[in-house]
Design a protein around this ligand. Structure first.
Ligand SMILES: [Fe+2]
Length: 241
């Protein structure tokens, strides 16, 4: 069953329940927030959480079109992420919760939003913590570094012509993501990555479509050779774990 959250509920149901008179202030407030990314603030001005979600939803719903351009989508979602006001009080509770993860020696995940077409999570690493090689089958991702810095290795999965062929990854990038920078992936490009933090790091991750049972089940972790495959530049053999 499709998931609907508070925002959908307010937008679709309040007029029916409360009558237009009562609903107008709410609708006006929502419209004002939603419009913050379409002209009410400067093009490069910060947008609040609700406006951000509204704008991402507008882009992410295009995933249902036959000709969805994932590269264009991640570019637009990255631009929106860069404009998100991380000081918005709607996010303060989630950022406060991250204190609970300190000292547990693993990356921590906090759900910020989940809708039919996308989800947003906050991921926290402490210095040295990592998430090893993994993929996101059929998904796109946009990672905004809110604080700290983290190394990101990106890979494309090379096509296996025969089942007996080795699983080969092409390392397309290794970069350090610092505060205010974004990293993106699509279902075809950079879909496999590994992350390791240099310092306390918090990322805001947008995934479209969101994880569901099937996508979580189809996700894989990889063990990747440290040496290149047969000396080929940036090509590494991997095995699924
Ligand atoms: Fe990932």
């Amino acid at each position: 069953m499709d998931e609907y959250n508070r925002r959908h509920f307010i937008r679709t149901s309040i007029p029916g329940f409360l009558g237009l008179g009562l609903a107008l202030p709410t609708i006006t407030a929502l419209a004002t927030r939603a419009n913050a990314c379409y002209g009410r603030t400067p093009e490069n001005g910060a947008i609040n959480w609700d406006a951000f979600l509204t704008a991402v939803e507008k882009e992410a719903e295009k995933q249902h079109l036959d000709n969805w351009d994932q590269a264009d989508y991640v570019k637009k979602a990255a631009a929106l992420a860069l404009r998100l006001n991380l000081q918005d009080e709607a996010l303060s509770e989630a950022f406060a919760k991250t204190k609970n993860g300190l000292g547990n020696q693993r990356a921590d995940f906090y759900k910020l939003e989940k809708q039919r077409n996308f989800e947003v999570s906050l991921v926290q690493f402490e210095k040295g913590e990592q998430i090893s090689h993994h993929d996101h089958p059929g998904m796109t991702g946009v990672l905004l570094c809110a604080t700290g810095n983290v190394d990101v290795w990106n890979y494309d999965l090379l096509e296996q012509k025969a089942e007996s062929d080795p699983l080969l990854l092409h390392q397309t990038a290794k970069s350090t993501l610092e505060k205010g920078m974004v990293s993106t992936l699509t279902s075809k490009s950079r879909n496999i990555h590994k992350l390791q933090a240099h310092s306390l790091t918090q990322l805001v991750d947008i995934f479209a479509p969101p994880y569901n049972k099937e996508r979580a089940h189809n996700s894989s972790w990889f063990k990747v050779d440290t040496e290149t495959y047969q000396g080929k530049k940036d090509i590494y053999q991997a095995t699924k774990r």
